[in-house]
Design a protein around this ligand. Structure first.
Ligand code: GDP
Length: 305
């Protein structure tokens, strides 16, 4: 995902190697290179601005003494600032004191919500939890069927509005997604599932009806976590999309999907900072096991590798 950004930053740092104390002009030149590299990687402008200002200030006031030479010091500062914009530290799922823990998924159509439902439920099952998936995406043809397929692959049950989940749905709105979500959570409580993951509808673009529906579902089920799933390849649209979901539904954490792609990855580097919500998981492929807890420090190291 970050090959090009990684190469650019490495080249920038290489120019500093073997230097003694860096002048203000050296630091400014370096910061300019970093700024261009980040902008070319589609990182949001305000994030780039804040990032480069912090790097500049810290580089100017860095002590030359110690074990690190000036070039290493700049790398260290950039690394720490990257960790910072990625959210600082790993944020684990917060489980409810009284089961079930309710996790709601939100995001645009195609972002990777349904796939994530499978990945997360598999990971939770492997940790000894007993998740239930709830199909509250009644908007898209086949969404219920798709979730059922994913649930079967993950080995977890699904609560769906269709008897037998035969995929008989059409592209009309079937039933009431808020009611299905509420009933699904009640069903989970009744059947003693300790986690319930509610998949919701997504549209191709941010849309008020969808947003209201997601907000209504949120209000009906009072989730412990609302995970906003975003395709890391959407580039500059990431900020507007994330902000719209933050305002419309509010979410407690972000899941970056398609981090295995070869796009520029600005979403990954912008969303936590812009929304103030932590990136909790990363989705890195189509298989249910292509899924990891997001660690800001590891991601920063990967970028600066
Ligand atoms: P939803 O509309 O948000 O539920 O999105 P889906 O889960 O149906 O995913 C849309 C498409 O993206 C599907 O073809 C998935 O297989 C694919 N997909 C989901 N997550 C990933 C990922 O992390 N990497 C890749 N390469 N593809 C993914």
């Amino acid at each position: 995902m970050f090959n090009s950004l990684s190469d650019r930053l490495t080249a920038t740092f290489k120019n500093l190697r073997g230097r003694g104390r860096l002048s203000e002009a050296d630091i400014d030149a370096t910061v300019r290179e970093i700024r261009r590299a980040l902008l070319d990687a589609d990182v949001a402008v305000p994030v780039v601005r804040e990032f480069t200002a912090a790097v500049r200030e810290r580089a100017l006031s860095a002590e030359v003494s110690g074990a690190l030479n000036p070039a290493q010091q700049v790398v260290k500062i950039v690394n720490e600032e990257l960790v910072e914009i990625l959210g600082g530290h790993t944020r684990p799922l917060s489980f409810a004191k009284v089961a079930p823990t309710v996790i709601m998924l939100a995001g645009l159509q195609g972002a990777g919500k349904t796939t994530l439902a499978g990945k997360l439920s598999l990971a939770l099952r492997e940790q000894g939890h007993t998740p239930l998936l709830v199909a509250a995406d009644l908007q898209r043809p086949n969404a219920v069927t798709q979730l059922s397929v994913v649930a079967e692959r993950a080995g977890v049950p699904v609560y769906a509005p269709h008897p037998g989940n035969q995929g008989a749905e059409t592209d009309v709105v079937i039933g009431d997604p808020v009611g299905v979500a509420r009933d699904g959570v009640a069903f989970a409580r009744d059947k003693q599932h300790d986690v319930v993951i509610v998949d919701t509808a997504g549209r191709l673009g941010v849309d008020q009806v969808l947003m209201q529906q997601a907000a209504d579902i949120r209000a009906a089920i009072s989730p412990d976590e609302v995970l906003f799933v975003i395709d890391a390849m959407i580039g500059q649209d990431a900020v507007a999309t994330a902000s719209a979901f933050l305002e419309g539904v509010d979410f407690t954490g972000v899941v970056l999907s398609k981090l295995d792609g070869d796009a520029r990855g600005g979403a990954a580097l912008s969303v936590a900072k812009v929304t103030g919500r932590p990136i909790m998981f990363a989705s890195t492929g189509e298989k249910l096991t292509d899924f990891e807890v997001f660690h800001p420090d590891r991601m920063a190291s990967r970028i600066l590798d």
